[in-house]
Structures are given as structure tokens and as C-alpha cells.
Design a protein around this ligand. Structure first.
Ligand SMILES: Nc1c(NC[C@H](O)[C@H](O)[C@H](O)CO)[nH]c(=O)[nH]c1=O
Ligand SMILES: CC(=O)[C@@H](O)COP(=O)(O)O
Length: 161
């Protein structure tokens, strides 16, 4: 059993938060999970001072497509950070491994090939119960964690030039 609650964090008090634009890409596969992750991220970003009109949400079919969409938003230069939201649940075949590997490498590439932080909010679980627990259930919401990570990386990016 994981011991960390994904939603535990201290208020960040990011200066000029109302000036930043954030991109969010949500995959529709397992939307009963990904929409909860999206909502957790949205609520946290707004609670930390990001204006709702500055949060731009796009949808793609599955986690594998997150790489293309996230890279496009990162390369646009329009966003202080981009959050990629997905949920991959293991099936009967090795397909799970390839989808997870593909999206992991793809989002990693967004971080090393662009100047925009790309946040990996993709649950890669063995079963539905694990996903439910991490998208607003007993272990918190990884969408909250992703929003906090995005804000911390924005702060890093602003102060590291
Ligand atoms: N099985 C899951 C998938 N599979 C679909 C792929 O992500 C992709 O859309 C397809 O291979 C076409 O390129 N996607 C998820 O997000 N979650 C899954 O559990
Ligand atoms: C992760 C997947 O693509 C998976 O849901 C597909 O299921 P299966 O491996 O049983 O075809």
C-alpha cells in the first residue's frame, strides 16, 4: 500500500500566479479516471491563483497521443507549463508496457527538447482500483500533485535564468 497521499501539500504562494497560462492535455481513455485527475489539477491551480481563463484544456483519444499534443503545446511558447493527464490500466497483453513506455518517453522528450515544463500526470496501474484510489480516492489525487509540480517548475524556470 502506498504511504504517500498525492494531495498533501502546503500552499505555494506563487508570485504573479495570475499572469501565467497553463496548458492541460487530457486523454479520454478511462475518462472516469482522467476527468477526476483533470478536476483535481484545475481546482488546485485556481486555488493557487491561476486564472481560469488562463488554463487551456485539450483532449486526445489515449495516453499514447499525449506526447504529440503536449509537445505541440510546449513548443508553442504560450504556456508556463503543460500538464499531461492519462490513465493506463494493464490488460491481458504486453500493450500496457508499450503505451506506458511511449508516453513516458514522449513527455520526457517535451522536457528536454523545449523550454516548457511538461508534467507527467499519467496513472499506470495494474487495475482499476489502483487508479480510483489515486484520482480522488483513498490515496488522494495525482492531478493535485501535478498542479503543484507545475507551479513549482514555473517558479524554478523563472528563477533559473
Ligand atoms: N489501453 C489504454 C490505452 N490504449 C490506447 C493508446 O493510448 C492509443 O490511443 C492507441 O494505441 C492508438 O494510438 N490508452 C490509455 O490511455 N489507457 C489505456 O488503458
Ligand atoms: C493498456 C492497454 O492498451 C490495454 O488496456 C489493452 O488491453 P489488452 O492488453 O487486454 O488488449
Amino acid at each position: 500500500m502506498a504511504t504517500v497521499n498525492l494531495s498533501d501539500y502546503k500552499p505555494l504562494n506563487i508570485s504573479n500566479a495570475d499572469e501565467y497560462s497553463i496548458g492541460i492535455v487530457v486523454s479520454e481513455w478511462n475518462d472516469f479516471i482522467t476527468y477526476n485527475l483533470r478536476n483535481g489539477a484545475l481546482e488546485t491551480l485556481k486555488a493557487e491563483g491561476i486564472k481560469e481563463e488562463n488554463i487551456h484544456i485539450h483532449y486526445v483519444p489515449g495516453a499514447f497521443e499525449l506526447s504529440f499534443a503536449t509537445m505541440k503545446l510546449c513548443r508553442s511558447g504560450r504556456f508556463a507549463a503543460v500538464i499531461a493527464i492519462g490513465n493506463v490500466i494493464r490488460g491481458e497483453t504486453p500493450h500496457f508496457e508499450f503505451v506506458c513506455s511511449g508516453v513516458t518517453q514522449g513527455i520526457k522528450d517535451c522536457n528536454i527538447l523545449t523550454d516548457t515544463p511538461a508534467i507527467f500526470c499519467v496513472l499506470t496501474d495494474d487495475n482499476k482500483e489502483q487508479s480510483i484510489a489515486r484520482s480522488g480516492g483513498s490515496l488522494g489525487n495525482k492531478g493535485v500533485e501535478a498542479a503543484v509540480t507545475a507551479l513549482k517548475m514555473i517558479d524554478f524556470n523563472k528563477n533559473s535564468n
